[in-house]
Design a protein around this ligand. Structure first.
Ligand code: HEM
Length: 155
């Protein structure tokens, strides 16, 4: 082996070790490990907050068409969120993770049911019922956050 090819061989080895050292980080990413507050669920929840605000705003002026658009987005996001795992469960044992994820899913299904009822109240243009259901949506959100939302350190 001349000096040139030895240098090449050494370079190849060091690139390989660099890749191996970086490997765990890459693997963690590809397995969906995320930081607190930076999960797919966080993004979906932030979107939900916007639509809830839009809904409340539109309901003040009985703008049923705009209310319906926001409610449909809330329904879509609620269904999408049901297949996520709360970040709070990420370092739990498999059994605890499964139990927490199941409870979380039930909480999101309850929200879905409230939103379906909201759609019916809109169809009937029943403002009192809308107001009543919105209170329940707020309570369900509060309950869900108390049980499943981990407070991030930076909060
Ligand atoms: C319309 C109702 C709801 C709204 C507007 C809402 C809104 C939010 C917001 C703004 C965040 C913080 C996102 C961030 O900045 O990172 C959040 C996080 C979270 N919410 Fe909700 N939420 C609602 C209902 C629920 C329900 C019913 C549950 C559970 C059954 C739930 C579970 C969570 C969890 C677990 C997180 C933390 C994200 C994570 O673990 O990755 N939310 N939500």
């Amino acid at each position: 082996m001349n000096t040139f090819s030895l240098r090449n061989a050494l370079a190849t080895v060091s690139v390989a070790s660099a890749l191996m050292l970086g490997a765990p980080v890459v693997m963690a990413d590809s397995h969906g490990a995320a930081e607190c507050g930076k999960t797919e669920l966080s993004s979906q929840m932030k979107e939900m907050k916007k639509h809830l605000k839009g809904y409340k705003q539109a309901s003040k002026s009985d703008d049923w068409a705009v209310m319906s658009e926001h409610r449909a987005e809330l329904q879509r996001l609620t269904i999408a969120g049901q297949s996520e795992v709360p970040y709070k469960a990420h370092d739990k044992s498999d059994a605890e993770k499964q139990a927490m994820t199941e409870k979380y899913k039930q909480g999101m299904e309850k929200l879905e049911s409230l939103l379906n009822q909201l759609a019916e109240a809109e169809a009937a243009k029943d403002s009192d019922q809308v107001e009543q259901l919105m209170k329940q949506v707020g309570a369900q959100s509060k309950k869900g956050h108390k049980a499943f939302k981990l407070k991030c350190d930076k909060d």
